[in-house]
Ligand binder design. Structure first.
Ligand SMILES: NC(=O)C1=CN([C@@H]2O[C@H](COP(=O)(O)OP(=O)(O)OC[C@H]3O[C@@H](n4cnc5c(N)ncnc54)[C@H](OP(=O)(O)O)[C@@H]3O)[C@@H](O)[C@H]2O)C=CC1
Ligand SMILES: O=CCCC(=O)O
Length: 291
């Protein structure tokens, strides 16, 4: 199967290498074109623009930073819309809000193309290992056609119905994750400041009812103040912001998520946006503890 791939950031690079490893022919494009070179070493071809990729490929996947990037790649000059047509499918796996996904969907369909939103749960390592959880919604026929690619990229795919449901599911999941990360970070700091060994706290947590993969993965690196980015903090804050907007629309009060969003914003203001989202831990250290 031949696919196009737009966006070679942390996730897009890992996902497209994975597709190449499994025998897919992949044509890549990235805004910073030099990032395509490594993919060529893995067997990819380069498309000079998003439009060129869509012209060449029946299916094109995108993995871009945020709503603004997702729209720019579709609507701007040399964008996806210039070449999408009947018989072609566009699959946007970026984390965006439902409104953005719907706007892109309507534009693609107006040109006769098929559209699927398919944001993912799982980070850099699951992307490398083909262990993502795919939250797809949109054209069911396109979903069925692209399943061989989803089967390589993920360990499980959900088809959630109409466009917008994938974005909403993803935002709910990441809202919970961002809130949990803040509670975890406060717990680690409280343990340390009250004279406990935070490493022992990790062992205790791991044996109890709130044991989970995120604590297990991030705890040891947080204790070493090591925040090499798997999931950049700026994207987690974007997801909190979009989830809070979804809460506004539905009159759902989310004080815990709102507080977590403030912590991620604080972290961004401290220049930590490009580090892993676990760097929110540093905001606690930045507070004045002199009293
Ligand atoms: N990292 C993770 O663990 C996960 C991330 N996600 C989501 O996946 C998406 C990608 O994440 P990730 O790979 O980590 O992000 P990165 O920041 O590593 O990569 C972002 C990509 O978007 C491109 N981009 C940014 N702005 C524009 C623009 N205006 N026009 C065109 N391209 C643009 C970047 O291009 P350039 O190289 O030129 O800057 C790059 O290819 C995000 O929506 C994120 O929320 C979902 C699950 C997990
Ligand atoms: O959007 C990013 C999600 C990261 C994860 O699920 O570990």
């Amino acid at each position: 199967m031949e696919v196009g791939f737009l966006g070679l950031g942390i996730m897009g690079k890992a996902m497209s290498i994975n597709l190449l490893r499994h025998g897919f022919k992949v044509t890549v494009w990235n805004r910073t074109l030099s990032k395509c070179d490594e993919l060529v070493e893995h067997g990819a071809s380069i498309g000079e623009t998003p439009a060129a990729v869509v012209k060449k490929c029946k299916y094109t996947i995108a993995m871009l930073s945020d709503p603004s990037a997702a729209q720019s790649v579709v609507f701007d000059k040399d964008g996806v819309l210039e070449q999408i047509s009947s018989g072609k499918g566009y699959i946007d796996m970026s984390t965006v809000d439902a409104e953005t996904a719907s706007k892109i969907s309507e534009a693609i369909k107006a040109k006769g193309g098929d559209f699927l939103e398919a944001p993912v749960s799982g980070s850099k390592k699951p992307a490398e290992d083909g262990q993502l959880v795919i939250l797809a919604a949109g054209d069911k026929a396109l979903y069925d056609e692209i399943l061989p690619a989803f089967d390589v990229l993920g360990k499980k795919s959900f088809y959630l119905g109409e466009v917008g449901n994938g974005a909403k599911m993803k935002l709910v999941v990441n809202m919970i994750m961002g809130s949990m990360m803040n509670a975890f970070s406060e717990g680690l700091t409280l343990a340390e400041r009250s004279g406990l060994n935070p490493g022992t706290l990790l062992d205790v947590l791991d044996l109890g009812a709130i044991s989970n993969g995120m604590f297990k993965l991030k705890g040891p690196t947080m204790l070493k103040n090591s925040y090499s980015p798997a999931f950049p903090l700026k994207h987690q804050q974007k997801d909190m912001r979009l989830a809070l907007a979804l809460g506004d629309e539905n009159a759902v009060s989310m004080p815990v998520a709102a507080a977590a969003n403030e912590a991620f914003k604080k972290a961004r203001s401290l220049g930590l946006g490009d580090l892993d989202f676990s760097a929110v831990h540093e905001t606690l250290k930045a507070l004045d503890h002199s009293t």
